[in-house]
Design a binder for this molecule. Structure first.
Ligand code: CTP
Ligand code: MG
Length: 237
């Protein structure tokens, strides 16, 4: 069985501010999506990349991908996405050919994940874990609050012990059938799931964590663009 990477890239990037859809914004001249695809294709285990494009942007994304070569061993497909990340991932899963046994789901918004992290996730799935997430310990203490009126102080409900918490990244790796079952079973409500492994947890399946990497951070807000371009510049130095 082969391994594929599904890249949800259909989001608008509201928190990044006005401009092109986030995945098409550039880092040092190259679209974030291209960086993310190269990061997946850098793993010799990944033979197919499925890009889930902004709903009306699939033709534009196809052109972009024809301009930026991937390694010859890597095929790619482009499918249009949905209104939520959960829907977009599902549309990507629907496009997988039959011979795919292991699936990575990787945010286009994490363009700089190192190949060693990708390989560690794939290896843990091949070793038998149905779901694997890369994650890091937190720097900040986290508090659970009771959200109230906008702008009003929010009462604290709990302070979970920081040492047991992990900030979750992508690529998350799955046994294909397990992830498909999760997407078929777990209902889509509101904003949908922001984390595929969380859906597998709802099935009662075992989810394990492997070490993540600082450079796998998500580009969410404008400051993250500054950091991402600095990381790229350091790599080239
Ligand atoms: N995503 C997607 N389809 C959606 C929403 C999000 O494919 N309908 C993808 C994004 O393109 C991104 C990843 O899911 O690669 C993580 O989402 P996030 O960082 O929240 O990106 P956006 O939703 O684009 O950003 P924002 O929430 O600020 O609008
Ligand atoms: Mg979002």
């Amino acid at each position: 069985y082969r391994t594929a990477a599904v890249i949800p890239a259909a989001g608008r990037g509201v928190r990044l501010g006005p401009g092109a859809p986030k995945a098409l914004r550039t880092l040092n001249g190259t679209p974030m999506l291209i960086h993310a695809m190269r990061a997946m294709a850098a793993s010799r285990a990944v033979s197919l990349v499925v890009v889930v494009a902004p709903p009306e942007g699939a033709p534009e994304v196809k052109n972009l991908l024809d301009e930026h070569a991937l390694p010859q061993r890597t095929d790619y497909l482009v499918v249009p996405g949905g209104d939520t990340r959960q829907e977009s991932v599902r549309l990507g899963l629907d496009a997988l050919p039959d011979d795919i046994g292991v699936v990575l789901v990787h945010d286009a918004a994490r363009p700089l994940v190192p190949v060693d992290t990708v390989d560690a996730v794939i290896e843990a799935v091949r070793d038998g874990a149905p779901a694997v997430v890369p994650a890091l310990p937190l720097a900040d203490t986290v508090k659970e609050v009771e959200p109230g009126e906008k702008g009003a102080p929010e009462p604290v409900v709990a302070t979970p012990p920081r040492a047991r918490l992990r900030a979750v990244q992508t690529p998350q790796g799955f046994d294909r059938d397990t992830l498909v079952r999760a997407h078929e079973t777990v209902a889509l409500n509101g904003e949908g799931a922001t984390d595929d492994a969380g859906m597998v947890e709802q099935l009662g399946e075992r989810v394990v964590v492997v070490p993540g990497h600082e450079e796998a951070f998500k580009v969410t807000r404008p400051l993250d663009l500054v950091l991402a371009e600095a990381v790229l510049a350091r790599r080239r130095a």
